[in-house]
Write a protein that binds this ligand. Structure first.
Ligand SMILES: [Zn+2]
Length: 409
């Protein structure tokens, strides 16, 4: 888009409407005077825009504010009951979908398992199935649904809305999910990498607040990351940013799936944890998991191991402590480089053993360069195992507020 001073009247009108709608969404119930103050638009412009937004029921009146001497001002709020989005989360073992309102409340949710996700037609069939069933089960008029947000494992082409070649979904290649869904449901669709989407959800709906820069660490089977700068996902060239899992921690460390050595993911991921526990048991370390391992190696899943860690198994706790230390070094590197205002942790390992955050925080704050970094909160994700699903809702909602003309107006 051209620079703001070169916009034509239509572009200015579109920008102003988007600005006012966003302010009413975020700050409502709010008076015209407050909107005028925050948007720096004239009272007359706000009057015209609110009249239009009321006509199409994008906003509604919501009581009266405090009087400043004269009549009490009418307050306006976003019409929460009028709009929903479909959030779709493509995971390794299941596809989940939810109807989510603009407050981030899930109205209805549905999932189907993906026992064999290993080819493209199968994935597309599951995606259609989960959305069709979600919409038919929910007692909600389809006309209230204004868009679809999709979160999927990377790599993706965000511009084209294509899932490229995710290593965890073997056989799924170049799925143009945006085009397929837009054609079938006639709804604006946005695709985002799962960790990026989860990071945005923290800011859009979560406890991180609407300002500042977020570093989001997704500690699960692998280690992903997301960066939010000024409320926007920072993607870098061709979506390459945020790969904190592949920060080098140990130049002589174990080989990583990416081909490099000593990456954070090779040392501190769920997969690395399972490997380490098995190795230690073989070496004769004492653990409540030894008998299970000797009976059937396949029973040593991440969940089982974390469960034993929670119940006090010394071997697992020792390794988890080490993982927290590695994460601490990774986070220190990322903090020194981009100085976030909040560090948020999500993923299965954090959900099952949130104590990792404390170890990570101790290490990072002990080593980080900037003395101001000591004030930065280290927090757990607000959405547990729904974080990428809520991420899917947040990416489409952000898109809708950027271009409300096309969708809400
Ligand atoms: Zn790597």
């Amino acid at each position: 888009m051209k620079k703001k001073e070169h916009w034509n009247t239509d572009q200015i009108r579109q920008y102003n409407r988007s600005l006012v709608l966003k302010l009413i969404y975020k700050e409502g119930p709010v008076s015209k005077a407050e909107i005028s103050k925050k948007s720096e638009l004239t009272f007359a412009t706000i009057g015209n825009i609110t009249t239009e937004l009321l006509e199409i029921e994008a906003i509604r009146e919501s009581g009266y504010g405090k009087s400043n001497g004269g009549r009490r001002p009418i307050l306006y709020e976003f019409n929460w009951d009028n709009y929903y989005v479909i959030a779709l989360d493509i995971g390794v073992t299941q596809v989940s979908a939810a109807l989510v309102n603009f407050k981030g409340s899930i109205y209805h949710q549905h999932e189907v398992s993906m026992s064999d996700p290993s080819n493209k037609p199968n994935l597309i069939e599951k995606v259609y199935k989960v959305i069709d069933e979600l919409v038919s089960q929910a007692d909600l008029s389809f006309s209230k649904i204004v868009g679809i947000g999709v979160s999927a494992p990377g790599p993706i082409d965000e511009d084209d809305g294509k899932i490229l070649t995710p290593p965890n979904l073997h056989g799924v290649k170049n799925v143009n999910i945006k085009a397929l869904l837009e054609q079938r449901y006639e709804l604006t669709t946005v695709l985002e990498k799962d960790a990026n989407a989860a990071a945005l959800a923290e800011q859009w709906f979560g406890s991180a607040g609407s300002k500042g820069n977020i570093l989001y660490i997704f500690a699960d089977q692998g280690i992903g990351g997301g960066i939010i700068i000024d409320s926007r996902i920072y993607r870098g060239y061709k979506n390459g940013a945020g790969e904190i899992g592949h920060i080098s921690i140990d130049i002589d460390g174990p080989k990583c799936n990416c081909g490099n050595f000593g990456c954070l993911e090779a040392l501190a991921s769920g997969i690395a944890l399972v490997k380490r526990v098995k190795q230690e048991i073989r070496r004769g370390s004492k653990s409540s998991l030894s008998a299970l391992y000797l009976n059937d190696e396949a029973e040593l899943t991440l969940e089982t191991i974390m469960e034993h860690g929670k119940n006090g198994d010394p071997l697992v706790q020792h390794i988890l402590n080490e993982i927290g230390r590695y994460l601490g070094i990774g986070v220190t590197n990322a903090m020194n480089f981009f100085s976030p205002t909040t560090v948020i942790f999500g993923g299965q390992m954090i959900e099952l053993y949130p104590e990792i955050i404390q170890v990570t925080e101790e290490i990072a704050k002990d080593r980080v360069f900037s003395e101001f970094a000591h004030d930065i909160p280290f927090i757990k994700s607000s959405f547990g195992n729904q974080s990428s699903l809520m991420g899917a809702a947040s990416i489409i909602q952000q898109k809708i507020f950027d271009y409300p003309e096309n969708i809400l107006i």
